[in-house]
Design a protein around this ligand. Structure first.
Ligand SMILES: *Cc1c(COP(=O)(O)O)cnc(C)c1O
Length: 393
């Protein structure tokens, strides 16, 4: 199989598995394949490596190891947090979340509504920000949990999680945050944040797909979502996914290391890409506030063109980007995030997300800046809707 050179700018969708992570995992596929719950040493010694990975993941977010539950993905972590709050507060049947969450929350919320729960999807402002007074007003005596994402996967916009956590604590309501987009990009300190639950997914930080974790703060009530064996201290049934847990631990270590210089480098590359596109291509605007925002994400709208067409012409040049979230691509529905920000559907359909990562280089950014302007010019000249936007303003 010949390998085409790819220019990967879709790190918010998934990330390349780091070679160090593969290396850490292999012994648990080849040699150490015993069941960690076994009584004999061959299996039992594997449990030590789970403990070790748990400590590494805990260190990434400054939690205690016993506060970490390994799950199968970010989606399971989010679903589990909401489920747990509802089960442990059976008389409370209301949830507060936002209109711009990942579909893991939006669709689970809609599912809960069908089961008879009440779910408030808070609106956002045109820059993607949240109105904390409105959030506060929507917390009721029967609210079981508030779940608000930390960093938006489509726009990179950050919500003030520490303030929201304090607000919820003041009202005695548990607070969950989907922090899947945050590790390796911003410092995470659950002790400072004061959240009750926090979700991560390993494939967004250079480990494989199919492993995630839910942080559950000490003394926060927890009811398992997957019920079976006594794994994860009875909080998540199912034989542990040992190689992936070990890989997650290694990736957590690397993500901590990336927080310093590596992040400054990625932010500079993102800014070069964003400023380069905005200055070279007229009729282009950023979706969402410039700050506070993730250092790796840029969501841009190209007036008068369909993102799907841009994506396929960029694909010819080996450039991988996305429109909206991966879960909704393939459908022509505009992104629910951009629509919630009040973006008209036409503009939302012309929006493209660039998300950088540790493997991106400056020459890759130059490749995009070389190929994107003629692609937009070509598409606009073919589209009657785009007449009036001059190619060289
Ligand atoms: C990717 C993502 C998820 C889902 O994680 P999976 O492991 O793919 O289930 C949830 N929330 C956000 C913000 C994400 O970016």
């Amino acid at each position: 199989m010949s390998q085409q050179v790819i220019y990967y700018f879709d790190n918010n969708a998934t990330t390349r598995v780091a070679p160090e992570v593969v290396e850490a995992m292999l012994p648990f596929l080849h040699e150490h394949w015993g069941n960690p719950s076994s009584v004999y040493g061959f299996g039992k010694k594997v449990a030590k490596h789970i403990d070790d990975a748990r400590a590494k993941v805990a260190a990434l977010i400054n939690a205690e190891p016993h506060e970490i539950i390994f799950t199968s993905c970010g989606t399971e972590s989010n679903n589990s947090a909401l489920h747990s709050a509802l089960i442990t507060h059976p008389h409370k049947r209301h949830i507060v979340t936002t209109a711009v969450e990942h579909s893991a929350n939006i669709k689970f919320g809609n599912h809960l509504k069908k089961l008879g729960y009440e779910v408030t999807f808070l609106p956002v402002e045109s820059d993607g920000g949240i109105d904390l007074h409105l959030l506060e007003k929507n917390i009721r005596p029967d609210t079981a949990i508030v779940s608000v994402m930390w960093a938006n996967n489509e726009t990179g916009v950050l919500f003030p999680i520490e303030e929201i956590a304090a607000l919820c604590q003041g009202k005695g309501v548990p607070f969950h945050t989907d922090a899947v987009q945050v590790p390796g990009k911003l410092k995470i300190d659950v002790k400072e944040l004061g959240v009750n639950y926090l979700s991560l997914s390993a494939h967004k930080l250079h480990a494989p797909k199919g492993i995630g974790m839910l942080y559950v703060r000490h003394h926060t009530r927890y009811a398992p979502y997957i019920i079976g064996g006594g794994q994860e201290h009875g909080r998540r049934g199912g034989t542990e996914n040992v190689p992936y847990i070990v890989g997650f631990g290694r990736a957590a270590q690397l993500a901590l290391a990336h927080l310093g210089d590596e992040n400054i480098r990625i932010r500079a590359l993102r800014d070069k890409l964003e400023n380069g596109i905005l200055s070279r291509i007229p009729g282009t605007v950023r979706n969402g506030a410039k700050e506070p925002r993730l250092p790796n994400t840029s969501n841009l709208c190209f007036a008068g063109v369909e993102a799907e067409s841009i994506l396929s012409l960029l694909d010819h040049e080996g450039i991988c980007v996305s429109s909206g979230s991966a879960c909704t691509s393939g459908s022509l529905d505009p992104s629910h995030v951009l629509v919630a920000m009040g973006c008209d559907p036409q503009r939302a359909r012309g929006s493209v997300r660039f998300s950088l990562g540790v493997y991106n280089t400056e020459s890759e950014v130059d490749h995009v800046l070389k190929h994107l302007p003629p692609i937009i010019t070509k598409l606009r000249s073919a589209s009657p809707k785009a007449s009036g936007i001059s190619a060289h303003a």
